[in-house]
Write a protein that binds this ligand. Sequence first.
Ligand code: UFG
Length: 340
Amino acid sequence: MAILLAGGAGFIGSHAAVEFLNAGYDVIIADNFSNSDSGVIDRIKTITGIDAICHAVNVASYSELDKVFSQYEISDVVHFAGYKAVGESVQKPLLYYRNNLDTTLTLLEVMSKYGVKRIVFSSSATVYGTPIKIPLTENDPVGSCTNPYGKTKYFIEQILTDAADADPNMSVVLLRYFNPIGAHESGIIGELANNIPNNLMPYITQTAAGIHEKLNIYGNDYPTSDGTGVRDYIHVMDLAKGHVAAVKYLDVHTGTEVFNLGTGTGYSVLEIVDAFEKVTGIHIPYKIMPRRPGDIAECYACIEKAERVLGWKSEKSIDDMCRDAWRWQQHYDGTEKHAR
Ligand code: UFG
């Protein structure tokens, strides 16, 4: 039996592929490389010594996906196939709704044809919108997302929940990621950031590499310890291990279950800059800018449920995250395709 990683060549998917291969799973990646680099498949082999089977298909295409399912005994699906840039989703909402919902619906239809009942979905803490209290628990209200990207995550959670409600044998796990950063400790795989990254850590590593003159810090007047925004940053390899735990859990439950994947600890932007400078010895010049529209002051996870039910807990520190993100930035030779 094999596990299908839909969108498995992307940032989270490629790191999850390494963990699944290391845990002894037969891994099949389905990805059209629209937002990833096909060279990642060889790099996954360099790390694990194992071949991951990869099919360059569009997960939203029924006929292309059907061909993949017809060739293997697939028991479980992990669904990473979606666009993820918040700002772009505001500019191009239809692109986001079409792609992220189509990949999900097609996956569910083809799974149904082949009697595959188990799926883990890459959701996001963005479904909580502006938190009414922190830490965020899985029972907190969802759906008040401020951008189309976040809404697709919320809608897909609803679609998967309805599918599981309609089929008593179906098993769905929704994983709400907090802020995944870092890279595999080898520096061989990592995040393909834009030339002007949207997210904090790639902007810091690119500033350290001299690509940008300085980091823009969006707001220092939030009601937080130092005025800058606080987030729950989680090492991508810890997150990857959370997927292995989630797939094991698919075996022992039916219905829909939701888990926060975070560390449970919040760090401010200035704390991340300090940690990065300490670990790398590189000074990061910065400038305080106005708040970024749509940003919230503070967000971190209650992680009790994932630990209690999945037996999973993050292990890596903020220093590990900074060190590994920087190692990847240094390995990143620019020949990899940049994200869309
Ligand atoms: N920040 C800066 N400068 C930058 C980039 C970010 O100061 O150049 C600040 C932000 O204002 C925020 C913090 O760094 O306070 C983190 O920002 P990110 O853009 O790295 O992450 P977000 O929390 O905004 O969003 C991330 C993902 C979303 C996901 C969300 C879930 O990008 O996809 O976490 O909570 F939905």
